[in-house]
Ligand binder design. Structure first.
Ligand code: SAM
Length: 217
């Protein structure tokens, strides 16, 4: 599990590319610069790690594109004391980026194969210690709620009601919403007990959110 000077150079190149695409949050850029993305790849595919592209991770899933990770993370506006829930642990890369911004990261993955593999990987890496769960994240993670921020890394048909309920007042939900082929990034800020402000942002293409508040097929 080496992080060679060559990888660090490639990461600096990736950060420069993300800045060029409009990511301006220096905390987020530093987090991307700190996490060795190649360690989340099978060694045979390491050469792809610092391209700004999504990549297959098995089980029909992908590690998100670095631009998408940076874009979603910046929308959360994380502070070092914030409690965050990630829905869709996948490879664990986004989780590791969140851990550079706050130690209070909970992440839930519904695919048991990915969950086991990623839990073992994150235990070996020096990126922080998240609280990992296997289950249906479309229902949130009530035992650790409420959250300052909730990040969904799969495309939802609509806003999952449980995730809205599990936000603190002032908390933010960042989630791609749309049909299976294309989604719009949505940020929801909980302004009061029954008052939510919804912003519609850029278009993206994510794998589908499964589970009770996701796509059934
Ligand atoms: N954050 C991930 C990363 O950095 O690699 C991206 C993962 S991929 C784009 C989306 C993930 O969401 C997949 O691993 C998928 O199994 C997971 N997923 C889909 N529906 C889910 C649900 N209802 N609960 C939890 N995880 C879910």
């Amino acid at each position: 599990m080496t992080d060679h000077y060559r990888h660090r150079g490639q990461r600096r190149g990736l950060v420069t590319a993300l800045r060029g695409r409009g990511i301006a949050d220096e905390h987020v850029l530093a987090a991307i610069g700190a996490v060795p993305r190649h360690l989340f790849f099978d060694p045979g595919f390491e050469a792809h790690a610092y391209h700004d592209k999504a990549f297959p991770i098995g089980e029909g899933q992908t590690i998100s594109q670095p631009y998408t990770v940076a874009y979603q993370t910046a929308l959360l506006g994380l502070q070092p004391n914030h409690r965050v829930l990630e829905v869709g642990t996948g490879s664990g890369y986004q989780c590791a980026v969140l851990l550079q911004l706050t130690p209070l990261v909970h992440s839930i993955e519904c695919n048991a194969v990915l969950f086991e593999r990623t839990a073992q990987l994150l235990a070996r890496l020096d990126v922080g210690r998240p609280d990992l769960h296997c289950g249906d994240g479309s229902l949130g993670l009530p035992e650790a709620a409420p959250y300052d921020a909730i990040l969904v890394t799969a495309g939802a048909p609509a806003l999952p009601p449980a995730l809205l309920r599990q936000l603190k007042i002032g908390g933010r939900l960042v989630i791609p919403v749309g049909d299976a082929g294309q989604q719009r990034m949505v940020r929801v800020v909980r302004e009061g007990p029954n008052n939510y402000l919804r912003e519609e942002l850029e278009e993206f293409r994510f794998v589908p959110l499964r589970g009770a508040a996701g796509w059934r097929t």
